[in-house]
Design a protein around this ligand. Sequence first.
Ligand code: G6P
Length: 609
Amino acid sequence: MCGIVGYIGKQDASPIIIDGLRKLEYRGYDSAGICTLNGGEPQIRRAEGKLINLENILKQQPAEGSRGIGHTRWATHGRPSEINAHPHKASGIVVVHNGIIENYLKLKERLQGLGHNFSSETDTEIIAHLVEEHYRQCGDFEAAVRQALGEVEGAYAVAILCEQEPDKLIAAKLGSPLVIGQGVGEYFVASDIPAMLSHTREMIFLEDGEMVVFTPQWMRITDLAGNSLVKQSKTITWSPMMAEKGVYRHFMLKEIFEQPRALADTIAGRLKSDEGDIHLEDLDFTDEQLQQLDKIFIIACGTSWHAGLVGKFYIEKLARIPVEIDIASEFRYRDPIVGENSLTVLISQSGETADTLAGLREAKGKGGKTLCVCNVVDSSIARESDGVIYTHAGPEIGVASTKAFTTQLVALYLLALKLGRARGQLSADDCRACVEDLVALPRKLEESLELNDQIEAIARDFMNARDFLYLGRGNQYPIALEGALKLKEISYIHAEGYPAGEMKHGPIALIDENLPVVVVVPRNATFDKVVSNMEEVRARGGQVIAVVSGEEPELAGKTDALIQVPETNDDLMPILTSVPMQLLAYHIAVLKGTDVDQPRNLAKSVTVE
Ligand code: G6P
C-alpha cells in the first residue's frame, strides 16, 4: 500500500508527480505529499486526506523544480495526519516510502541517542535520519543511502532526494514494488505502471535488493553492495487511456463495462479449436510434468480467493486432481504439506499482495512447483512463479475488483482444460465444446450488462437495508461470497455470503421482512434445492432477489426481484452471475453517496501483512 512517484529531468516535476499520484491513489488515500528540488531548499507540501487537498495547497504554494518525489499514504504506523504524511525530512535528506520498517524502534532509539529529533509517528522518518547520519559521516549521498538501507529490516520501496546533491534521485526496493520509466533526458520511478504511462511505455522492473541512482542524463542500477547490474526494459502494451475514467462516472463502472473486452483478450490466442486443446504461452510446464501432479494448492486473498474457490470446481471436475484452497495469510503459517509433485497456484490481480507473495515463497521453499494467475506483467508474484497465466484485464483502478475477477475465472478455466487434456481426463471433443462456450462468453457478458437499468431500479428499492444475505450452491457459493464482499466494500452495508444449504444452520435466524436475500440460482443440478432454500426465506418474510439463467416461469411471483442473465455452460455461469453482483453493489453505493472507487480504509494493493 502507499504509492510513490519520483521524477528527474527538465520538466516541472510537480504536475508530473501529482498526475502519477492520481493513478496510484488506489494504493492509499489517507494523506499525500510532494517534495521538489530547485537547487535550493527542498519544497515540501503535505496534506491530510485525499490528493485533492494537496493539489489545493499547491495552488496556493506551488512547489517548483525539475526533480521531485511524491507519496499517497495508507496509514500503518501513525494515524492519518499531515504530520505523518510523507515526504519525511532530516536536514537535507527527504524520503518517501512504501512498506514497513520492522526494526524502526531500535533504530529510532539509537538515532535519538545521537541527537536526532523526530517529528512524526512513522517508521519512514527513521530512513531519512539514518541516511542523514551516514551522509554527515561520509559526505556521499549514494554511499549514505546504501549504508542506511543495509541497516533497515522489513519492506520498502523508497525514493530519496538530497538538498546538497540536487542532480540525483535515488530509489531502492525490498519487498514493495518499484518500476522505472525511461524517457528521453528524463526518468520516472513509481510503485506501479499507470503512474508513468502518459510519459513512457519503456519500463524496467526492479528486483528486491536493487537500488537506482538517477541523474537527468543517466541512471545506474546496482545491488546494495554497489555492484552494477544490467537490466532490460520492457515495452508496456497498456495505453494511457486504459488508466482514465473516460465517459464513466467511476472507474468501477468503466471496469464492469470493460469485461467483454477483457474476457476476449484473456481468451485470445489460447484456444486451439481444431485440436481441441489450450495453449498457455507462459505455463512453462511440460505435459509430462502436468501428468505427474498429485495435488494442487490455490492461494489468494480477497476477491482473488473467491476466484480460487471457483477454480477448485474447474480443476477437480475437468482434470480430476485434488485441490486445496487457502487464504494466503493462513497458508503461510500452517506448515502445509507441499511435495515436489504439487502445484501451487497463486491468484493475484496486482501480483504484489504481501501474503500471497509469502505463500508463493513458502510453497517454493518446500520444493513445490508454482504458477500464478496475475494481471500485472512482471509483478513480483509473476516474476517469482515458475509459470504465469496472465489475465489481460488491463489496469484495474477501482478498489473493488470486477474485471480482474471475471478474467481470473476465465484463466482458471483455461488452466483446468489444459490440465484435463494433458492428463487424459478430457477428450478433444469435450474440450472443443468448452472452447465454443468460451468463444461465445464475451457476447453473453455484454448481454448481461444490459441489466444495468433494471439493477439500478432494484438498488433503489433495497438501498436502505441494514444487512444483506447472499446465497448460492456449488460454484455459485463463491459468487454469493463475492456479491457480499462487493456490497460491504463499497456501500458499507453489512453483508454475508453463505452456502444456500447451510442457511438453516444459523443465518436463518436473521431472516425477517427487513432482510434482503440475494439468491444466485441458475438452472443446474442443484436448482430445485436452491429454490427450496428460497422458499424457506420467503416463509419467514425475507425479501428475495433471485439471479437466474434464462426464463424461469416457475419462479414468477415467488421473488421480490428477478434478474435474468443469459445461459451458458454450468462452469462458466459464475462469470455471468458475477455481473448482477457487481452492478447491485455499485448502484447501492452510488445511491448512498459513498466513495465508490476509493472506499474507506481499503486499498487495492495490500503490500503489508
Ligand atoms: C485487496 C483489494 C481486493 C483484492 C485483494 C487481493 O484487499 O481491495 O480487491 O481482491 O486485495 O489483491 P490481489 O491484487 O492479490 O488480487
